[in-house]
Design a binder for this molecule. Structure first.
Ligand SMILES: Cc1cc2nc3c(=O)[nH]c(=O)nc-3n(C[C@H](O)[C@H](O)[C@H](O)COP(=O)(O)O)c2cc1C
Length: 216
């Protein structure tokens, strides 16, 4: 079974989250050459914003009585869950936007959770499955910084992936990706370069470990 990769950046060129995930993916392919990587780009190929409501309504409607919209939404949610459950390992590249996850990520999460296989009370969807989350932020949110406590993305993702879905989760983080873009952050160039370097080094190590979770 494949590696499943989800990208949530709204850009491709210059994407810091994709740069990290590319390294993890490359390490996977070193051990599993020729493997097909299953992909979903929710930053570009967006999921319909109204699908979740139709999926929720559809799940409480007998299959034969579902509207066309409900049928499509239930099928979409099932396809998203299939991508996760059929994968040997999962790689997620998710930036912070507006102090949280983008609506693309929330829609993806909500649709997955609408499927009976992922809902509360079901066995954890990703029980013990190796999952790597590559997450990036333009600013910095560590202890003692002015924006400590403003990162509503990383903990949310950890709660869902690790605590709700039971994944064997590894998180690679990079902050200050806007240094060099936003002049107000110019004083942090050295720190940002160090964070960049550390994230890429981490990606190489984590990628090797992820690849080893499946026999070559
Ligand atoms: C619309 C928008 C909103 C953003 N909001 C935040 C934010 O609230 N906090 C933050 O630290 N960075 C924010 N950023 C910066 C991104 O997190 C940063 O550019 C990141 O590197 C984007 O991921 P990517 O490089 O993979 O595209 C925002 C960027 C955009 C385009």
């Amino acid at each position: 079974m494949p590696l499943f990769r989800l990208d949530a950046s709204i850009r491709t060129d210059g994407s810091a989250s994709r740069e990290i995930a590319d390294i993890v993916e490359a390490e996977w392919l070193v051990v599993h050459p020729g493997d097909t990587i299953e992909r979903r780009n929710i930053g570009g190929g967006v999921l319909p914003a109204d699908a979740w409501a139709h999926a929720v309504a559809g799940n409480s409607t007998p299959a034969k009585a579902r509207s066309k919209e409900q049928q499509a939404a239930v099928a979409l949610a099932a396809a998203l869950v299939d991508e996760l459950v059929t994968a040997d390992a999962v790689l997620l590249a998710v930036p912070m936007y507006n102090f949280g996850v983008s609506q693309h990520v929330k829609t993806w999460m909500d649709l997955v959770i609408s499927d009976p296989r992922a809902a509360a009370g079901s066995p954890p969807l990703l029980a013990n499955k190796p999952v790597v989350l590559c997450t990036v932020r333009g600013g910095a949110y560590g202890a003692g910084t002015p924006r400590e406590g403003w990162d509503h993305s990383t903990d949310y993702l950890r709660r869902i992936l690790q605590d709700f879905w039971g994944a064997d989760l590894t998180v690679i983080e990079r902050e200050f990706t806007l240094v060099g873009v936003n002049p107000a952050l110019d004083g942090f160039k050295d720190l940002a370069a160090h964070m960049h370097h550390s994230a890429l080094a981490s990606a190489r190590e984590v990628g090797k470990v992820l690849a080893a979770t499946r026999a070559a």
